[in-house]
Design a protein around this ligand. Structure first.
Ligand SMILES: CC(=O)CC(=O)C(=O)O
Ligand SMILES: [Mg+2]
Length: 219
């Protein structure tokens, strides 16, 4: 039976958000992490979504919230063990995403060997743009993604720098986690991550295809 829901409002579906870490060598190096040979995966819950018009909240337990601008891939057709050759058939479109990260807490978790949940999965940790139809990005492996804080350019990368391509990621992830219509994959961030404070304004874009603006507030 056809779904009555509209995937262009995927953030309302309660589906999972699968994030890829260290997918840009320049970002892995700026945080003194090894460049991975296999994708690094973690999850955010659907309660992490926030849309323009609502603020990004600094968790009360963090003093170092970082922005990470990322290309998001919206799944249009689910599947398990999707072959790389047909992976793009499962894409409905894209979204510009921020993987907001409590860096101080992430460092603490890393040093104690604990999972990154507190650092990555808090409420408002996944600001997203409007849905971008697939046709608007013919090659997700070659688009500029950028982010400004208070009008100053902090991140300016291109998805051609990704270590693992979108088809590779869809295939790899779906071997482990079944992908469902409405799921979102965050594909990792380029270099330039930095701290944001209460009252800051973040503006980000995928080339001139889509842009979004968010204010930062304290919880
Ligand atoms: C070190 C990280 O937080 C990894 C990550 O999320 C990324 O985009 O890279
Ligand atoms: Mg990230």
């Amino acid at each position: 039976m056809a779904s009555a829901r509209n995937v262009t409002r995927f953030w309302e579906w309660g589906r999972k958000i699968i994030c890829v870490g260290r997918n840009y060598a320049d970002h892995a190096k700026e945080l003194k992490n090894a460049v991975p040979t296999e994708p690094v995966l973690f999850l955010k819950p659907p309660s992490a979504y926030v849309k323009e018009g609502s603020p990004i909240l600094v968790p009360m337990y963090s003093n170092n919230l970082h922005h990470e601008v990322e290309l998001g891939v919206v799944i249009g057709k689910g599947g398990t063990a999707i072959p790389r050759a047909s992976a793009m058939d499962h894409v409905a479109g894209y979204a510009l995403c921020l993987d907001m990260t409590a860096r101080d807490i992430q460092e603490e978790c890393k040093s104690k060997g604990l999972p990154w949940t507190l650092a990555k999965a808090f409420n408002t940790s996944c600001p997203v743009s409007e849905f971008v139809p697939k046709e608007k990005i013919p090659d997700p492996g070659n688009v500029r993604i950028w982010l400004k804080v208070n009008d100053q350019l902090r991140q300016d990368g291109n998805t051609s720098q990704m270590i693992f391509s979108v088809p590779y990621l869809i295939s790899y992830i779906s071997e482990i986690i079944t992908l469902e219509e409405g799921d979102l994959i965050l594909t990792g961030t380029p270099k330039g991550v930095s701290s944001v404070q209460e009252y800051d304004e973040l503006e980000a874009g995928i080339e001139d295809i889509v842009s979004m603006t968010f204010k930062v507030d304290r919880q």
